[in-house]
Each structure stands twice: as C-alpha cells, then as structure tokens.
Design a protein around this ligand. Sequence first.
Ligand code: PLV
Length: 312
Amino acid sequence: MTLHIETPLLESLPLSVTAGSSVWLKMDALQPSGSFKTRGIGHACETYLAQGARRFVSSSGGNAGLAVAYAGRRLKVPVTVVVPQTTTERAKELLRLENAELIVHGASWQEANDLARSLVGASDAFLHPFDDPLLWEGHATLVDEVFRAGLKPDAVVLSVGGGGLLSGVVQGLQRNGWGDIPVMAVETAGAASFHAAQKAGHTVELEQITSIATSLGAKRVCEQALQWAQVHPVHSVVVSDASALSACERFLDDHRVLVEPACGASLALAYEKAAELEPFGTVLVVVCGGATCTVDQIRAWSQKYCPAAQGQ
Ligand code: PLV
C-alpha cells in the first residue's frame, strides 16, 4: 500500500491545440492532499514510522504540510505543523480538517522552520518540504507511472520551488532509462531560486520572495537539484505571475480542476506557446496541483496583477 494514488495521464486537446504539440498531463493535482507532495512525503512518513517515529513535525504552511497532515491521519500518527503568519486561511482550514496540531509562528517560513526544528524530540520525525532523499524517491514514482503507461514524452515540464519535484522527476527519468528527456524547470519571477543557482553555478539565497506563487518561494534550492542539472538536460524557464494566474483560470475552464499559480507557471508554457517547447512533438506537463488557493483568491490576484486580461 502507498499513501499516494496512481494519477490519470491525459492528453489535453485544448492545450495541444494552443501549444501546437501533443500535450499530456500527469494529473497530480488529484492526489489525496491536492498535490504531488503526497508521493514523497507519504513515502518519507511511512519510512520514519517504520523506524519508530511517534510524531511527524512539519514547517510548511503549504502543500508539504498538508501532505504530512494527510499521511499522519492515515498512518494514525499525530502531526504538528508550524506555519508562518503568511499562511492562507484556506491552508489553515485544511490543516485543521486533517486534525493536525497547528502552531502559527513567525513572519516567514524561516522562523516557522526554526521553531518546528526546536520542537523535534527523540521520538519525532521532521519532514522537510523538499530536501530529503526519501522525498525524491517518492516523487520519482510519477515517472514510473508514465513509463508503465507506455508514453515516452520528448520533454517534461515541471515547477520548481526548493527543487524536490525536479530532483524526484529526474531520478525517475534516469531510473527508467530516460536520461535523454529534457526537463523544463519553471519558476515565476520573484521566486526564481533555481534560475539564479544555474546562472551562478552554485545555489544562492534570494534576498526575498516577491512572487504570488508562494509555494515556489524557497529562497534557496536544494543542492541535489543543481547537481542533477549538471548530468541531465534541465532548462530553466521563468514566467510572470500574470502568466501563471491566467493559466490557472484557463485550466479551470478547460479541465475543471483548480490549481495554484505554482502549477499555473508550468501550464503557462503550453498556454503561451513558449518558444522553449517548439522543438518537441510530445510534451508531458506535471500538473503538480496545490490546494491552498480558492477560486476567489485566484480571481482577486488576477484583477490586481493582470487587469488588462479582465473582461476579455
Ligand atoms: N511547495 C512546498 C515548498 O514551498 C511546500 O512547502 O508546500 N507545486 C506546488 C503546488 C508546491 O506546493 C510546491 C512546493 C512545488 C510545486 C515545488 O516543489 P519543490 O519545492 O519540490 O520544488 C517553498
């Protein structure tokens, strides 16, 4: 048994027509916690439980925290999540629904993380949102499913926050003999820590996160993400918040699934017929999902950040 589910792999007609290539969607927005995080976090939680952990502690006010809370409920292990004050009401509501102990602390993830780490006792496990080999191992199952389905894409598009998804997907490509498939690593401007790392040749810490896609808002990517980029073809792409938001709205209409701007960033490449996708006949987009935004929130941001698009 695993905590994650095998998600649908769909050919998107609207996106294919718009992008001018065959666009396939790996629908991880449909994972039980609302994002791909259930794959890696579920695997990590099961492993830590087998090693004797009696409580799971997380510092994510986002989808990683939701995945830990879900895993804890399913495995009957108590969960404590420390979230920063910036965490949305929606996320807090979902964490409470999962029965997690919720502690609100600090102006940003950094402070929440410091407190969370100080709470970790000898019989507790700490679940990092993106920098843990167990997470990457679990995320890699996404590619195993595509491989088993018999679809070999010419390129994979995914979003990058701290680089956990990127590390897992590249691991999955490599272990299925798909080391030749390039990965488009998408971020929003204002959260582009992978872009900065690739440019500098080493991981760097962004001064601040200014994108509304807070789920991509890791100030520094994990070392593993950059290391993979040295042995696997990984191309960094940066899109605007407006592009990510518009992709969320179009995707909701086209596929009736609400995703966060963190995921909209990847979808934007296809919706905007990005030059980076031009060489590829078949493109796989990882629909990473995200459960922390409501439709009203997406619309309010759209009005603020892309007023020109309103009323079209
Ligand atoms: N979100 C993490 C890290 O945030 C979190 O704490 O939930 N798409 C969605 C919907 C996400 O929630 C995340 C990560 C990503 C993409 C990026 O994944 P990563 O961090 O593994 O690159 C800072």
